[in-house]
Design a protein around this ligand. Sequence first.
Ligand SMILES: C[S@@+](CC[C@H](N)C(=O)[O-])C[C@H]1O[C@@H](n2cnc3c(N)ncnc32)[C@H](O)[C@@H]1O
Length: 194
Amino acid sequence: MKLERVLQYAQTLLKSVVLDGDIAVDATAGNGHDTLFLAQLVGDEGFVYSFDVQKQAVDATLHRLLDNGLEHRALILNTGHENIAQHVTKPVAGAIFNLGYLPGGNHSIVTKSNTTVTAIGSLLKLLKVGGMIVLVVYHGHEGGKEERDEVIRFVSDLPQKYVHVLRYEFINQKNDPPFIIALEKVKELPTTTA
Ligand SMILES: C[S@@+](CC[C@H](N)C(=O)[O-])C[C@H]1O[C@@H](n2cnc3c(N)ncnc32)[C@H](O)[C@@H]1O
């Protein structure tokens, strides 16, 4: 067995929880790779909600879905993931965040710790028991380390009775390689938590 690379492993985790008929969330649509992947997993009975603050990312994601004939399986919202609770009300099986900037886009528009943490908190409430949030943490860019540290602080404090938190990381790679944080909801949260 080979150790899965970070992006591969993110997909393996999502595949294990997002099944036919499920609701899934792509919190950072970007160029639409994850939205397409989730749209393939949920099937025609399921649905994907996808968020991005940049119109360029919304357009790129829509085009990717259209190219694959799967545009009917997703709603791409040109708004921040911190507003998830206003748009998603059904139980979510799986969600993905790719933190950082849009590849090929404006490198100064990046995800930020406060909005990322707000979105994780909202998703934890929406998540089904057994559901999972996968974060791919890019931290090499300006502001990336501050976001990384805030996110780690927030998820490390989540009570293990309700959420299992995993970090998957290659620790001998150079140049700030991305790593994964996965949050598995194991019990319904009390209304005061997250
Ligand atoms: C690393 S990229 C995502 C890559 C994407 N998953 C893909 O498959 O190409 C990060 C994206 O997060 C977006 N972003 C930044 N702040 C955001 C926010 N508050 N809510 C939603 N998206 C945000 C950026 O515009 C950028 O497109």
